[in-house]
Design a protein around this ligand. Sequence first.
Ligand code: HPA
Length: 259
Amino acid sequence: MIGLIGGSGLYELPGIRTVEEIEAETPFGSPSDRLKVAELEGKRIAFLPRHSYKHNIPPHRVNYRANIRALKDLGVKRIITVNAVGGINEDYSPGDIVVPDQIIDLSRSRVSTFFDGDDVVHVDFTEPFCPEMRKLFTREELTERYGLHTAGTYVCTEGPRLETKAEIQFIKSIGGDMVGMTGMPEAVLAREAEICYLMIAVITNPAAGITGKRLTTTEVLQTMRRSTDRVKQLIMDVLKSLPEHRDCPCKDALKEARL
Ligand code: HPA
């Protein structure tokens, strides 16, 4: 089973028929909403809208642990997420798709581990995204077809407010290419759960101060909606060639991680 977490503006995959709806519960509470299971390219997909179908859960209040645990309990081994992000790198334009390879976490108020009891676990996070899935998503043929940016550093801010111009300049100076509010702790929780994790970042707006224009959520949602069909097609193209068995370090993330 593959998990698909949809961000702002992505509450379903258009044209995909749901075969099962699941109201999950976890020791960490409820996930953002019902999971919708569908079949796509012969693979079973569990869809979860990060902010709920009604979009009433802001980034700092998403129950990231419940979301990852609910997907894990369903037997999900790989997660693909779609994230709306503000673009900082000058090569990015609204509507562009980036497959990031790195993360800088500037979030502040979130529970960011499953191991906050007596169990002392330090997972390796050198490569925060599954290298095997990144390779599949950034194949030359797909890069050309979708005009993909095949690497980039995703910076996670706390939100829910957008950034100041100075914060974006700071983020740029430390190597950030794009900014969003939900990549963390989602990515690290997936790693702790030994689930592969890959992000498709959609540039929905130039980040604060980049063009001098005021930012609006309307712009974010509109760009995301316009990109949905391309994102869905990209996911379908990758699913066709996704091997059944995983050959990456994510599946053994807890090996040699316990103190
Ligand atoms: N900043 C933070 N998160 C975002 C942005 C942004 O500019 N656009 C979409 N998500």
